[in-house]
Design a protein around this ligand. Structure first.
Ligand code: ATP
Ligand code: MG
Length: 360
């Protein structure tokens, strides 16, 4: 039987309850209509499957894109937690949130590395302090006994007296090393007061006279009267003693040690500039700044801590220090000290013992 069919209303399970109109058009047998409907259904199912497959593929791709960096970052975090510190993450080059997260983790890792290094250094410092302290105590007892021995035998002029003198000299050398080590590992606070810099330089020079004489060094000293500076007298004497010692030690065959000082400005603040010049062996240009590094030394009996400690003291006073090549051969140490450290005006920011300045 043939019927005239314009359109067939189809209830499609894939469309839910919604009815759907399909156009068949013209005269058609029922069998044709059924076939048309089957074809339509098949196409519909195929299309649905294709869409489903595409969605599944897109989801799979998106999942891989999301899970790979998460997996990478989780692994990095687990390895950091396990104590590893030399790590890198493939996600740091990404320009999305994972990249941001990876970069944050890497920064955290850097901070962890730094703090581990600081802890290690602090532990080494504590160990050095403990050893230096205990050895120095033991040494002072040895020194006392050798001194007693020397007093009893100084008139003998024999081997024992000479042995005592050598022992005392060596003890003095060891004491210097231990004092440097303690100063470096456990810097003492500054005891600040108004200090007469002329007197500081004079005391430092007087203490160096034996070495100056020993090496036939000529001392040239001519400078204007200096204003007082707010600083730690003992530590400032130590600064000039160290710088003069370096200068004298560089002139094994004699030479000129020149001290010069004047009032000046440092970073627009009233300051004093002191020059300690020698015409000794000199320092090669590339080593001028390295000379301040801890343990850098070219002397067989040096600890290489002298300039490190000097620079720390000068900086704690708000000043600056520089080594230069002397145009006449040798070295110039240029020390700049503000009359009062800028930090001091804001209070006790350096945490040092504060004096009670009565004014310069
Ligand atoms: N005036 C100078 N002339 C030549 N070399 C110098 C001078 N001052 C410093 N140096 C160089 O810088 C190095 C470091 O000096 P620093 O005072 O820190 O240590 P040191 O003198 O070797 O030992 P110490 O700890 O006993 O002072 C010296 O070993 C030397 O090579
Ligand atoms: Mg030195």
């Amino acid at each position: 039987m043939s019927v005239a069919v314009e359109r067939v209303l189809l209830s499609d399970p894939l469309m839910g309850d919604r009815a759907r109109l399909i156009t068949v058009g013209g005269m058609a047998s029922l069998a044709e209509i059924e076939s048309e409907v089957r074809t339509y259904r098949t196409q519909l199912v195929a299309a649905a499957l294709a869409v489903g497959a595409l969605v599944a593929l897109a989801l799979a791709l998106a999942t891989v894109r999301l899970t790979r960096p998460i997996h990478d970052l989780t692994q990095v975090a687990d390895r950091i937690a396990a104590g590893e510190r030399n790590l890198s993450s493939a996600s740091v080059d990404r320009h999305d949130e994972f990249g941001m997260l990876a970069r944050s983790i890497m920064r955290m890792l850097d901070a962890l590395r730094d703090s581990a290094k600081n802890e290690e250094q602090a532990a080494l410092g504590r160990m050095a302090t403990m050893i230096a302290h205990d050895v120095r105590n033991a040494l002072s007892s040895v020194k006392m006994n050798v001194k007693i021995l020397h007093t009893h035998h100084s008139r003998d002029q024999g081997d024992l007296a000479e042995g005592c003198e050598i022992a005392l000299e060596q003890i003095g050398y060891m004491e210097n090393i231990l004092t440097d080590m303690l100063d470096f590992a456990r810097p003492r606070g500054l005891v600040m007061d108004w200090v007469d810099l002329d007197e500081v330089i004079r005391i430092a020079t007087l203490s160096m006279l034996p070495e100056i004489g020993e090496r036939s060094v000529v001392l040239c000293q001519s400078h204007e009267r200096l204003p007082k500076v707010f600083g730690d007298r003992t530590r400032l004497i130590q600064v000039f003693q160290n710088l003069m010692a370096n200068a004298i030690q560089s002139m094994s065959n004699g030479g000129h040690l020149t001290l010069d000082a004047k009032s000046t400005l440092h970073q627009s603040r009233p300051a004093v500039e002191v020059l300690i010049a020698d015409n000794g062996s000199g320092i090669p240009e590339e080593l001028l700044s390295k000379a301040f590094d801890p343990f850098f030394t070219t002397r067989t009996k040096g600890t290489g801590l002298g300039l490190t400690i000097v620079r720390r003291i000068v900086i704690d006073h708000g000043g600056a220090i520089r080594l230069e090549q002397n145009p006449e051969g040798g070295t110039i140490a240029r020390v700049m000290l503000p009359l009062s450290p800028p930090e001091w005006e804001g209070g006790d920011v350096l945490g040092h013992v504060r004096g009670s300045p009565s004014g310069p």
